[in-house]
Structure formats: C-alpha cells, structure tokens
Design a protein around this ligand. Structure first.
Ligand code: PAF
Length: 281
C-alpha cells in the first residue's frame, strides 16, 4: 500500500503523535530522493528494526556548495513513491524549502573534527548543511532510529557524532554500500552519467580494490595511491579530489592500515563527481 505523502509539519506531528504515545520505535530514512536500491536497503533495514518507518525526501539546498550541482540534482518524486510501495512505509515526509527553512531561519549545526577532511575540506559548508537538516528531520519525525548508507561513510560518522553530542536519543545505524553488478556504488548522481561514462565509472572501485590488495600484501600506501591515480587519469577520469587511507573511527590519515581502516575516494568523470569507500582489513 502507498504511504501517505505528508508535506506540512502539522500533518507529520498528527501522524506520529499516537506512535510516540504507544512508545513505538520510529525509524527514519533521510534521503534527497532519486531512490535506488541502496536507499531501499535502508528502508528494508528500518522496516526490520522499527515499528514505524518514515522516509524523508528533501533536496537540501544548504548542503550544496555548488549551485549547478543543486540545479542538476535528479528529482523523481512520483517514481520514488512507487518504489516505496512494497515496503509498507508508514509515511513519506516531503517538506518544501519554506517548510524546512522559513524566512527567519538562523540556526546552523556544526560538527568539528570529523568534518575537517575529505568532503568537509572539498565542499565548504556541506556538513553544516547536512547536520542542520538531519537534526531537523530527527526532531520533526521524533525518530528513535535512523538509517544511513556507508557509501557516505563520513556523513554517517558526522551524523552519529552529532546525535550523540546533542543527546537526540536517536540510534544511528550504518548500512553496507549497495553496488551494481560491475562494482559501481549506487548513487543518485549515477543518473547524471552518460552511457559512455557509466561504462567507465566502475574503474574507481576497481582501483580501490587494487590498492586494498596491495595493502594486504604489506605494500606501502603512497606508491599504490600514485599508481592508481595515474591509471584513473589514463582511463579518462579528470582528477581526484582525494584518495585517502584513513582510520575508520576518527578518520585520522594512515600510511599503513594498522587499525580498522577504510580507503576513501572522490574523483571526477565526465563532469560527475563520484565518491566511494571500502574497508581495508
Ligand atoms: O545522504 C543524503 O541523501 C543527504 O545528505 C541527507 C542525509 C538526506 C541529508 O540531506
């Protein structure tokens, strides 16, 4: 059955009031729409864990540091609602910009430390935008649980830190990245790839796996990184914002994976910025 689409905060509050009174677990899956199987895996995890499931769709202008990126972000609300029909979602929360950020809105949520590197360094203001909107989504929905994809691993860590620091009472769950059969991490931005670029895109993940293999064999990170960047360049990528080996808990830069670590990358292909990360044992 299709979930009701709620667009006004008063309607959302009316829907959640009886759930809160009954002490139910409310699981929230925050999204910006253009739903793919990665999002749907989060919805399935929420459905398996919680009494109620709310999916939010809001293309948050505050987290886009590039107006072109905001303008071209795919918007597919009807199709999204259709994709969710089989998940028995209790509500779709789809506020508009004025509902989320009324004219006098003046508050920013900022997480330090974790946001200094990678996405935070390359996209100024991005994580303030994410933390601000996610705080609002948590409080608007009265979430007890929230589900985030590990594809945006840094975002997952930032949101978890924020929920803990602000005593929001929300358990933040990280769920595994879902990949296409050729290894490309599912992302709404993949819709922006031309057919030709789509065939080249899995190369990023392949090169990350090559580095991981080298690290497992005890090779040093720096030359593995340089060689992978050169091959990506030859394969038609037009630069990488970062290709880093970092600790999984605090994102400290590492030369060797001597503690639980992940490889993180952001690289450009035909005008589309792809990001990915993988665990390195
Ligand atoms: O990951 C996303 O789609 C967005 O950053 C989020 C968490 C929905 C906040 O706008």
């Amino acid at each position: 059955m299709s979930a009701p689409i709620l667009r006004r905060l008063a309607d959302l509050r009316a829907a959640t009031r009886p759930w809160i009174r009954a002490g139910e677990r409310i699981g929230v899956v925050p999204t910006m729409g253009a739903l793919h199987d990665g999002h749907l895996s989060l919805v399935a995890a929420a459905r398996a864990t919680c009494d109620r499931v709310i999916v939010t769709i809001f293309v948050n202008p505050k987290q886009f540091n590039n107006p072109q990126d905001l303008a071209s972000y795919p918007r597919t609300e009807e199709e999204d609602a259709r994709k969710l029909a089989r998940f028995d979602v209790d509500a779709l929360w789809v506020p508009d910009g004025a509902q989320m950020y009324p004219p006098a809105f003046a508050t920013t949520v900022s997480v330090s430390g974790l946001t200094d590197v990678m996405e935070g360094a390359w996209r100024p203001g991005h994580f303030e935008g994410v933390a601000t909107v996610v705080t609002k989504l948590f409080t608007q929905t009265s979430a007890t649980d929230a589900f985030f994809g590990e594809k945006d691993y840094q975002q997952f860590l930032v949101v978890r830190r924020m929920a803990t620091d602000l005593d929001l009472g929300v358990t933040v769950h990280g769920c595994p990245t879902i990949r296409d059969i050729d290894g490309l991490a599912l992302s709404s931005r993949n819709l922006l790839l031309s057919d030709r670029a789509r065939t080249m895109a899995p190369r990023l993940h392949e090169e990350m796996e090559v580095i991981a293999l080298g690290l497992r064999a005890g090779k040093p990170f720096a030359p593995l990184r340089e060689a992978a960047l050169t091959r990506l360049d030859k394969a038609g990528f037009t630069g990488a914002d970062y290709l880093d080996l970092r600790a999984q808990d605090d994102l400290a830069a590492l030369d060797v994976p001597d503690r639980p670590a992940r490889l993180f990358a952001a690289a450009w292909l035909a005008g589309v910025r792809l990001i990915d990360n993988i665990a390195v044992e």
